[in-house]
Design a protein around this ligand. Structure first.
Ligand SMILES: Nc1ncnc2c1ncn2[C@@H]1O[C@H](COP(=O)(O)OP(=O)(O)O)[C@@H](O)[C@H]1O
Ligand SMILES: [Mg+2]
Length: 369
């Protein structure tokens, strides 16, 4: 995982807290980035490291019919299938009552979003969810439990609420449950989560950066080296320039250059000409992606992207965009939010907007000609 040293160090630290001290990692951790930035890869790397330390890992990709809690219930059921009969029977009982209280399909749905008991205003299923976490983390042969939630921005509001409140409770009680939640999501995840949870500031949101040039060189140079193939220096530099710090593009250009070089055997080399040829081939792949994005956009969204494209791939201020479009900033807040949702553009520092994939601006400009 080149370029993700800080993230991995933070994960290792939390993991040690969980495994060595047997403590709850009290803050839900969410890595944020647009599509293609390496969120899923990073989360999978966390998962491998947790598994190496004998932690039970549960993985869900949010956004499915079952709802977040339903997905977690199903995943825990599967992951604990090998438990001894007695522990397992108790856990299954808890999973069933959790599924029942949040209304997972296949279980009766209770008619409440919040518990109606006097003095308790919390989403349904919070106590049941806590029980499930305690039981799953504290039994079996594992050293603890880590829940991984990919695409958290797509999770249902009720599920997010139950998860967040349960975690808040576990933390407030100060009990020693060796468990953690690591999630990944699009840059608008904090907004979505804040809309349904009042204490979203308790969640550790961590924006992922683009890869540095050094990290990019390592990402493409080292795997080649392991096969005895070397990238000429100018080839490496030019591939890195094409990628612009964006992991998805980096994989495309590296793969295309490799093919252009005839998939070299040990002793082979990748030259700047291979990269140039690879870039041509890669254009086709990227164009397909760009076309799909474009056809997925509404007329208003296209207008906004067209205005952005006039400023190139660099971040552009909202005021400049408003001026360009001849409208107020507020008037394009809806297409702006939709495009961020879709992962086509992202909000960078100080309210600036930029495209998430380098090259999109010139694609849009070429369409206008
Ligand atoms: N640190 C990294 N260095 C190089 N390539 C990476 C890195 N992280 C991810 N990638 C590559 O970038 C692409 C997108 O990664 P992915 O994890 O699917 O992104 P996301 O989940 O953010 O959409 C994949 O081809 C992946 O192999
Ligand atoms: Mg992903």
């Amino acid at each position: 995982m080149p370029g993700r040293v800080l993230q991995l160090a933070e994960f290792e630290e939390r993991l040690s807290y969980l495994v060595d001290l047997k403590r709850l990692v009290g803050r839900i951790h969410v890595d944020l980035a647009p599509r293609g930035f390496g969120k899923t890869s990073l989360l999978r790397q966390y998962q491998r490291r947790a598994t190496e330390r004998d932690v039970l890992t549960i993985w869900v990709t949010a956004g499915e019919e079952l709802g977040l809690i339903g997905q977690i219930v199903a995943a825990i059921r599967t992951a604990t299938a090998g438990w001894g009969a007695k522990n397992r029977a108790r856990l299954v009982g808890l999973l069933d009552s959790l599924a029942l209280s949040v209304g997972v399909p296949g279980f009766a749905k209770l008619d409440a979003t919040f518990d109606r008991k006097p003095g308790v205003a919390q989403p349904v299923g919070v106590r049941e969810f806590e029980q499930v976490i305690r039981t799953t983390a504290g039994q079996g042969d594992s050293a603890g439990l880590v829940l991984f939630i990919d695409e958290i921005q797509a999770a249902d509001a009720a599920g997010l609420r139950t998860l967040a409140y349960a975690w808040q409770h576990l933390q407030a009680e100060g009990t020693d449950v060796p468990a953690a939640v690591f999630a990944a999501g699009l840059p608008d995840a904090p907004e979505k989560i804040s809309a349904v949870v009042t204490f979203a500031e308790r969640i550790a949101f961590r924006p992922l950066e683009r890869l540095s040039a050094d990290a990019e060189e390592i990402a493409i140079g080292v795997p080649a080296q392991l096969l005895g193939v070397s990238w000429q220096t100018d080839a490496l530099v030019s591939a890195v320039e094409v990628a612009g710090g964006y992991p998805y593009t980096l994989q495309l250009i590296a793969d295309a250059s490799w093919s252009a070089a005839g998939r070299p055997d040990s002793g082979g080399e990748i030259t700047v000409d291979d990269v140039r040829e690879g870039q041509q081939a890669m254009r086709g792949d990227l164009d397909a992606l760009f076309r799909a994005r474009w056809s997925n956009a509404t007329p208003l969204e296209r207008d906004l992207m067209t205005a952005m494209a006039e400023f190139g791939d660099a971040p552009v201020g909202r005021a400049e965009l408003a001026q360009r479009l001849g409208v107020t900033i507020a008037s394009f807040s809806v297409p702006r939010a939709r495009l961020i949702d879709k992962g086509f553009i992202q909000a960078s520092a100080r309210g600036m907007l930029e495209f998430t994939i380098p090259g999109f601006a010139s694609f849009v400009r070429e369409r206008q000609e």
